[in-house]
Design a protein around this ligand. Structure first.
Ligand code: C5P
Length: 232
């Protein structure tokens, strides 16, 4: 791979972490910085891709050459990703998506009371990555076995696994219907908010590629190498 091997390709990258409103001032969120997703967007643009970056609550300058769509909640992220994926060749879901949201969003700020606080009931969020995989699977089924042109051609997911990385990762890859799954090694000082990362990239029906601890750009380059090799 390398220089301009993604020229003419449309890629969608999600980055950051979604927030789910409890009331007008409070939310449930996560610690994703968006650094890995931004590195992916920057690297793809440098290699010639037309990049749409769907950024959820990221506090970083726009990467050069990418169209940035800012979102807050999982519902907004889903809308933006699905809209951008209509004519995309590749989607990389690097965002940390909230699995749950408060069942109801209070219109007014919840008041402190003397008694016990009210419990927050949670509802399940849609799994966007699984939805992308399922949409593609059914589009391919509709069009018959040989179905070039069903998009996105390459779907990439991220996962944080702490144990049985390969076995859990392969199961997740199959369950979500993606082509590549980047499994972050989570643990002391790794991943969140740091400029470095280490990961194993699982390839559907294939090998596992180890990317040693290093700058998030290095992991991004390794992901795009594997993506480029799978694009027709
Ligand atoms: O199931 P898990 O959360 O480990 O999967 C992580 C992957 O799935 C990431 O690529 C993330 O962006 C995506 N995801 C999603 N929608 C969710 C949860 C996760 O697209 N509701």
């Amino acid at each position: 791979g390398r220089p301009r091997d993604l020229a003419g390709r449309r890629v969608v990258v999600s980055a950051g972490g979604t927030r789910e409103a409890i009331d007008p001032v409070r939310y449930i969120g996560n610690r994703s910085s968006g650094l890995q997703g931004y590195a992916l967007a920057r690297t793809a643009a440098a290699r010639g891709a037309e990049v749409t970056l769907v950024a959820a609550n990221v506090n970083l300058p726009d990467p050069a050459g990418a169209k940035v769509v800012r979102v807050e909640s999982t519902a907004e992220l889903r809308e933006a990703v699905l809209a951008a994926c209509g004519d995309a060749d590749v989607v990389v879901m690097a965002a940390a998506v909230a699995d749950f949201r408060p069942e109801t969003r209070h219109d007014a700020k919840i008041k402190k009371t003397d008694g016990e606080p009210e419990a927050i009931r949670l509802a399940k969020n849609p799994d966007i990555l699984a939805e992308l995989g399922e949409r593609r699977r059914s589009a391919r089924a509709d069009r018959g076995v040989e179905s070039p042109g069903v998009r996105p051609e390459v779907i990439v997911g991220f996962a944080a696994e702490t144990h049985d990385v390969i076995a859990n990762g392969q199961a997740k890859l199959a369950r979500k219907g993606c082509d590549l799954l980047v499994v972050n090694q989570v643990g002391e000082g790794l991943a969140f908010g740091t400029p470095d990362n280490a990961a194993t990239v699982l390839v559907a029906g294939g090998e596992a590629v180890e990317v040693p601890f290093g700058p998030k750009e290095d992991l991004a380059a390794a992901v795009w190498d594997l993506v480029a090799a799978r694009l027709s």
